[in-house]
Design a protein around this ligand. Sequence first.
Ligand SMILES: Cc1cc2nc3c(=O)[nH]c(=O)nc-3n(C[C@H](O)[C@H](O)[C@H](O)COP(=O)(O)OP(=O)(O)OC[C@H]3O[C@@H](n4cnc5c(N)ncnc54)[C@H](O)[C@@H]3O)c2cc1C
Length: 323
Amino acid sequence: MAIHWSLERLEALLPPEVYANMEKASCNPAVPIDAGGNYPIIHGETGNMLAGVPYKRGLRVPRSKMRALCGEGIPVQYGKHLNEVEFGSDGEGVTAKFTDGTIVSGTMIVGADGTRSRAREIALGSIEKAATTPFPIWHMNLTVCYGDAEKARYVRSEFPTSFLALSQRSFHAFQSISSMPDGPDHPESWIFHLAMAWRGEARHDLSYEERLAIIKEKAAGLAEPARSSFMWIPEGTQVHKADISYWVTEPWVNHEGRLTLVGDAAHPMPPCTYLRHMLKRDVVLTIISRPGPRLEPLYHRYFPSDKSHPVFPTNKYLMIFRI
Ligand SMILES: Cc1cc2nc3c(=O)[nH]c(=O)nc-3n(C[C@H](O)[C@H](O)[C@H](O)COP(=O)(O)OP(=O)(O)OC[C@H]3O[C@@H](n4cnc5c(N)ncnc54)[C@H](O)[C@@H]3O)c2cc1C
């Protein structure tokens, strides 16, 4: 996952001792956060650079490392699946019920349960209203270890962190270094993240092998290093599909500030917008969903220079003017 624009927001949000370790979570620890650079967009068939999108600071992180970093010191319980939420009739307190039968009570619940959020269904009071709209796209994703030092060095020789190849046959191919389990001196262990996407109604019944065959067929016509990045994927590699969908944010019932939504639960959208915008939207949307006194101080904490009263008629209104 790329983090560029959102870095300063992460810096504001994370405890300093956690943020100080951001570089350790990087896919490519050899490149400092502040190094900056140009994100390479290359022509799929010629391999020529089409554009370098400049950024001053940034890094790519594997989600597993980012999760571990942000979860430091927090007693995270995995495997819990939110099913129902009950609100105390006296206007105080909230109780979350999970599918494993466990129950947790607290002051407020923050639904950060992603694109197909159960918390959103509860906040909207309707599964239909909370439903996302699928985006018509084939989006293949995989991680791969070539298990071969020469191959690993070769595919990142020109673009050490990542590249996006745009094919004139209307698809994109993406490659990035994902992690270096045994360190920079052991390329045979390096893990890469590859993705390929094109517009169309995706089939959901394909096996890993069938997906691999499709992306190799497309990759065969690409220039290096994109071609080899894909053609060298070993048979047996699991090629996953990402279901891309969106939901246009609308006001939800927050039960006197006891329930709110953040992240993709509050505003799922197709790739290219992401976490980097989300962090600001979260603070803003959380506040404008008519939250009552519990959440308003948050807004002023993260936007201290904004002296305006951050209550606007609808989420959409605010999204238009603040993002
Ligand atoms: C292909 C692709 C590439 C992307 N690349 C980037 C990128 O480069 N940079 C970037 O900034 N963003 C990127 N994004 C977007 C980014 O991944 C999301 O915006 C971000 O992960 C949203 O975080 P979140 O915490 O809101 O939701 P998620 O990361 O989806 O996390 C939701 C969590 O809630 C859990 N959950 C779900 N239902 C329940 C339930 N009922 N009860 C309890 N838990 C539940 C899930 O298991 C999951 O752990 C990309 C997205 C896609 C699809």
